[in-house]
Design a protein around this ligand. Structure first.
Ligand code: ADP
Ligand code: MG
Length: 332
C-alpha cells in the first residue's frame, strides 16, 4: 500500500515538475522581515535568490536583532555601517525632508511605547507619549563617512523603507538574471519586472481597508506598488478607536489623517515605500500638494469617508471593483 502510494505520488510529482518546466513558471513563498513574501518568475527560478537577499538585508536593518547594524546603532548610539545601510538612512532622511517630517526613522521610541514591537499593545501615559515625542527627530541622526550616530535615548527604525529597499534590489537581481517577466509580493510591497509573459500588464489588487476584498485593481509594468494601511497591525483602545502601527512623528501617536490606506506607485521602491508611510500620516490634502510638487510617483488614497482618490497619471490604469460602495475621484 505504502509502496503504491509512493509510486503514485512520485508520478504526480514528476508530472508537476514537467508542467512547471513546460510553462516556465516558478513560484515560491517564504517568511522574512517579519512578513510573508512570494515571488513568481518565468524561465529562471529566482525564489532562493530573493529569499537570500531578504535575509541578508534583514541582518543589516532589523530593529529587533541586536546584532544587526541598526540594532548595534540603537544599543550603542553609534555604528560603523555598511554602505547600504548608510545609503538607506540618507535616502530616508531625504524623504523626511520632502514630507515635512511625516516620515521619520527616529519614531522608534513611540513605536515601542505603543507596544508595536512586542505585540503587547497599550495606550501609553501622557508622560510616556511626551517622552517618545521628545526622542523623535530625524535631524538628530548624524552620518560621517560610514559612522552613523544618534543622541542618547534616540533609536532608528528602517521599517518604513526596508521592504522598498528590498524591492529595488529584487528588481535588479531579477533583471541581472535575464528575467523579463516577474512579480514579487514583499509583504505589501509589490515589485514587477516587465509585464506578464503575454505582454499584458500585471494586475495588482488594492486591499479594501474596511473588509476582506479589494477596492480595485491597478495595472502596471516595471513598477513598484506599495500600500501602507491601518489594517495591517492595530489594536482597539478603550474608546473603540483603532490604534495602528503608523505613527505621526509630530504627536508620537498613531496617525489620524482621515486615510485608511495610502498606495504609492512608481519606478523606485524606496521612494514608494517611504512615501506610502508618510502620506498615510499626512492625509489627502497634503499628499495632493506633495504630488503636485514632486515627480516620480502616483497614488491611490482610501479615505474614512468612502472616497478613493486616484492621481491623474494612473486614472486609465485603475479599475474600481464592480459594485463598489466607494466613490472614485481623480486628483488632476
Ligand atoms: P509596513 O512595513 O508595515 O507594510 P510601512 O512601510 O508603512 O508599513 O512601515 C510601518 C513601520 O515603520 C512601522 O511598523 C514602524 O516600525 C515604522 N514607522 C511607523 N510610523 C513611522 C513614521 N511616521 N516614519 C517612519 N517610520 C515609521
Ligand atoms: Mg512604508
Amino acid at each position: 500500500m505504502f509502496k503504491k502510494f509512493f509510486i503514485l505520488s512520485a508520478a504526480v510529482f514528476a508530472v508537476l515538475a514537467l508542467s512547471a518546466c513546460a510553462s516556465g513558471e516558478f513560484s515560491s513563498d517564504f517568511f522574512a522581515m517579519d512578513t510573508y513574501m512570494s515571488v513568481k518568475t518565468y524561465e529562471v527560478d529566482a525564489g532562493d535568490a530573493v529569499k537570500n537577499e531578504a535575509e541578508r538585508l534583514e541582518s543589516l536593518f532589523s530593529v529587533t536583532d541586536e546584532k544587526s547594524e541598526i540594532g548595534t546603532l540603537n544599543a550603542n548610539g553609534r555604528v560603523e555601517a555598511s554602505e547600504e545601510t548608510v545609503d538607506l538612512i540618507e535616502r530616508a532622511i531625504g524623504i523626511s525632508g520632502m514630507t515635512d517630517g511625516a516620515l521619520d526613522i527616529t519614531v522608534y521610541p513611540a513605536v515601542r511605547a505603543w507596544g508595536f514591537t512586542t505585540g503587547e499593545y497599550a495606550v501609553p501615559s501622557p508622560e510616556k507619549i511626551e517622552e517618545a515625542r521628545s526622542l523623535t527627530d530625524f535631524t538628530k541622526v548624524t552620518v560621517e563617512g560610514n559612522t552613523v550616530s544618534v543622541p542618547d535615548g534616540f533609536a532608528v527604525d528602517l521599517g518604513a523603507v526596508a521592504k522598498g529597499y528590498l524591492g529595488d534590489r529584487v528588481s535588479q537581481i531579477l533583471k541581472n538574471a535575464g528575467i523579463t517577466s516577474a512579480i514579487a509580493d514583499l509583504g505589501g510591497s509589490i515589485v514587477t519586472v516587465g509585464g506578464k509573459p503575454d505582454g499584458s500588464p500585471w494586475r495588482v489588487a488594492i486591499r479594501d481597508p474596511n473588509g476582506e476584498g479589494s477596492v480595485g485593481v491597478i495595472e502596471v509594468k516595471d513598477k513598484c506598488v506599495v500600500t501602507s494601511g491601518g489594517y495591517e497591525r492595530y489594536f482597539t483602545d478603550e474608546d473603540g478607536v483603532k490604534r495602528w502601527h503608523i505613527i505621526d512623528p509630530a504627536t508620537a501617536e498613531p496617525a489620524d489623517s482621515g486615510l485608511l490606506s495610502a498606495t504609492v506607485i512608481g519606478g523606485g521602491c524606496v521612494l514608494c515605500d517611504g512615501l506610502s508611510t508618510a502620506i498615510f500620516v499626512m492625509g489627502a490634502e497634503k499628499a495632493e500638494a506633495l504630488w503636485r510638487r514632486e515627480e516620480g510617483f502616483e497614488m491611490i488614497l482610501v479615505t474614512e469617508t468612502g472616497d478613493i482618490l486616484v492621481t491623474d497619471g494612473i486614472k486609465e490604469s485603475f479599475f474600481l471593483s464592480e459594485g463598489s460602495a466607494y466613490e472614485l475621484k481623480v486628483i488632476g
